[in-house]
Design a protein around this ligand. Structure first.
Ligand code: AMP
Length: 464
């Protein structure tokens, strides 16, 4: 869960990158960083916190050059410390290199152990640095050749941007797990995790990099390379469910349209006898709209989200029941009281938040609460860059539907079917990663680093 942005060939490269990161803030709020290249040296700024906390005018004016990349981080690999903030910058015999990465390399610890045994000294605990070490140990005349060779030694999810002395390089893994788009941006060439980052910058000719595509940009010159293809691409369907911004287009589909279609289908598959449809903001907004449109049940904003809640807040001395959720969400009693409510959210992970929300809506006077979820039960952890807890903590991995419904204290509970979800996407169903729902992990893994044991990689195991 990270956002990346980069631009080559623009006088205000760092400023544009800063704006791009602002638009990608939802993809990670733990740390952010930016590197620019001014034809003589790299300028680096990284910090803990959100983009607005880190980049002040004085900082930005120092980041000179016509080439820049940036990153917003949410750690899924490596700990949450400044040292792990990206971009990672190193000096190699091919010159200085800076990299940003969205995704996760599940087996990178094995490559890392091998490299460490052979003498490599790592600066960070994040998986991204492995790619730089592999490059540094295999220098080539053209840096892209070194990158192409390094990428064939790692497997997993990566959308990458690199700044080198000679240009900006973008790469998307052959599975295409994470999105990565390219656009023309006021004379320069820009790359971003999501199209919403291009809108403010009035970018044109937006296109998505193909899975396995590597693009090198130097001034106006663009060269394209391809990594060896894999059996099936595996675009992360959960990006459409939860992670991406609804005003983005990724994997060839508008996120808001997909979410609305999911809500419509949910109403068809699992109707509810209710008087109002209430979204859990923000992730439930579009599916709830779709549910309401299809069912004819009026849409009401019965829960209000406080958008100014930061990552941490001071807990009161006296305990307040369900404080963490209630500080973020508050019910509108006038809309809910005495009503039969369809509550729509995108997913249930542990179930703890959903239980608190149902309780809160009940306390606001709802007569009945029918929880509808616009994705299938999350039963398997993600190893490709979405932050999910261990399998034991996923409520749907342990319990059946009626048990989950009982725990959550809803009057009824239904999830969208996997076939239904895939039908809302325009690509071939087999071209999406659905591992979090059915355990179909497409990248072979030797061991699961989080659980410290062998992890199933076959679909037979996944069907259990
Ligand atoms: P819970 O009931 O505790 O499982 O929380 C469910 C809520 O978590 C839903 O509103 C989801 O939108 C949200 N959610 C889903 N996936 C994630 C994730 N990877 N990180 C943070 N929140 C998530």
């Amino acid at each position: 869960m990270c956002g990346i942005f980069g631009i080559e060939g623009h006088e205000e490269a760092a400023y544009f990158t800063y704006l791009g990161l602002y638009a990608l803030q939802h993809r990670g709020q733990e740390s952010a960083g930016l590197v620019s290249w001014d034809e003589a040296q790299m300028h680096v700024e990284r910090g803990m916190g959100e983009v607005a906390d880190i980049f002040k005018p004085r900082v930005l004016s120092r980041l000179e050059g016509r080439r820049a990349i940036g990153h917003t981080r949410y750690s899924t690999s490596g700990t949450s410390v400044l040292n792990n903030a990206q971009p990672v910058v190193v000096n190699t015999s091919m010159g200085p290199l800076a990299i940003v990465h969205n995704g996760n390399l599940p087996d990178s610890h094995l490559v890392r152990q091998r490299l460490e045994k052979e003498g490599s000294i790592f600066q960070t605990t994040s998986d991204t640095e492995v790619i730089l070490h592999l490059m540094a140990r295999n220098p080539r005349e053209r840096i892209v050749d070194s990158l192409l060779s390094a990428l064939q030694e790692v497997q997993g999810a990566y959308s990458l941007l690199l700044v080198t002395e000679n240009g900006l390089i973008a790469a998307r893994d052959p599975y295409g797990f994470r999105p990565l788009l390219m656009a023309e941006c006021q004379g320069g060439t820009a790359f971003a995790s999501e199209s919403c980052a291009f809108d403010l910058l009035e970018a044109t000719r937006v296109e998505e990099l193909q899975p396995g595509e590597v693009v090198v940009v130097q001034g106006d010159n663009i060269e394209r390379y391809h990594l060896p293809p894999v059996h099936k691409p595996s675009r992360c369907a959960f990006e459409h469910v939860y992670f991406a911004r609804p005003d983005s287009n990724i994997f060839g589909d508008s996120v808001s349209s997909v979410r609305t279609a999911m809500g419509r289908l949910l109403a068809e598959e699992s109707p509810a006898n209710a008087e109002i449809v209430v979204p859990v903001p923000d992730s439930g907004l579009f599916p709830a709209l779709g549910f309401s449109k299809k069912s004819g049940i009026p849409f009401e904003l019965g829960l209000i989200r406080n958008h100014y809640v930061g990552r941490t807040f001071i807990q009161p001395q006296q305990s307040i029941r369900d404080f963490g959720v209630r500080v973020k969400l508050n019910p509108v009693r006038q809309l809910i009281e005495g009503k039969k409510v369809v509550l729509v959210d995108d997913s249930i992970v542990r179930g703890t938040t959903s239980r608190k929300i149902v309780r809160m809506v009940r306390d606001a006077g709802a007569k009945e609460i029918h929880l509808r979820i616009s994705s299938p039960p999350t039963r398997w952890p993600c190893h490709y860059g979405i932050d999910t807890p261990r399998r034991e903590e996923l409520i749907a991995a342990r319990w059946e539907l009626d048990e989950i419904c009982g725990y959550i204290e809803a009057d009824s509970l239904a999830y969208l079917s996997l076939e239904g979800l895939l039908g809302c996407l325009s690509g071939e169903p087999a071209s999406y990663c659905t591992a979090c729902w059915n355990g179909d992990y497409r990248v072979p893994m030797t061991a699961d680093p989080r659980q410290g044991r062998l992890f199933p990689i076959s679909t037979e195991d996944a069907d259990r």
